[in-house]
Design a protein. Structure first.
Length: 173
């Protein structure tokens, strides 16, 4: 879906073409606005280097921006994971928080076409944040990763037991 801005100039409205693709890729100066607007979003992203305006960052690099380099690693879990080990990771996180140290707890998995991960970390200032990571949210390698965070108290992070026998971390609330 394209977003168009309507600008009123000299009492007559005119359309102003978007200058970036849906993934934020800027229009290269070698492509006219008319040609740019006629292109699909995939073609726009391909025209500007696959939609990547900066190199991709690893999950760990994203977390380190919040925690700093001296983070207590309380565990990385795969897929369905062992619930006892997951609870031990949360206990480690509580201990690190009590000592005013940044920490991280990660659960990794695989989507159809990307790596996904969720978890919790403590910032250098002690605030805890839930995160959601997807290495390719657009469905392939042509886009930047997504790393979303939100405030989440450590006491709100639970191990959920799913019907298929899998277990996952989740921030309740």
């Amino acid at each position: 879906m394209r977003t168009w801005l309507i600008v009123v100039a000299a009492c007559s409205p005119m359309l102003v073409a978007p200058t970036a693709s849906q993934t934020g890729c800027p229009r290269p100066p070698t492509i006219s606005v008319n040609d740019w607007n006629a292109m699909s979003a995939d073609a726009q992203d391909a025209a500007c280097g696959g939609g990547q305006s900066a190199p991709k960052m690893s999950l760990e690099a994203h977390i380190q921006q919040w925690t700093g380099p001296d983070v207590v690693d309380c565990g990385t879990h795969q897929g369905g994971s062992n619930p006892e080990a997951m609870l031990q990771s949360l206990a480690c996180a509580r201990e690190a928080a009590n000592q005013h140290k940044p920490f991280q707890v990660i659960q990794r998995g695989h989507g159809d076409d990307s790596e996904i991960a969720v978890g919790v970390f403590a910032e250098r200032n002690g605030a805890t944040r839930w995160f959601d990571y997807d290495s390719a949210p657009c469905g392939g390698p042509g886009c930047r990763e997504r790393f979303l965070t939100r405030a989440c108290s450590l006491s709100s992070v639970k191990v959920l037991h799913e019907a298929e026998g899998r277990h996952r971390f989740w921030c309740i609330g």
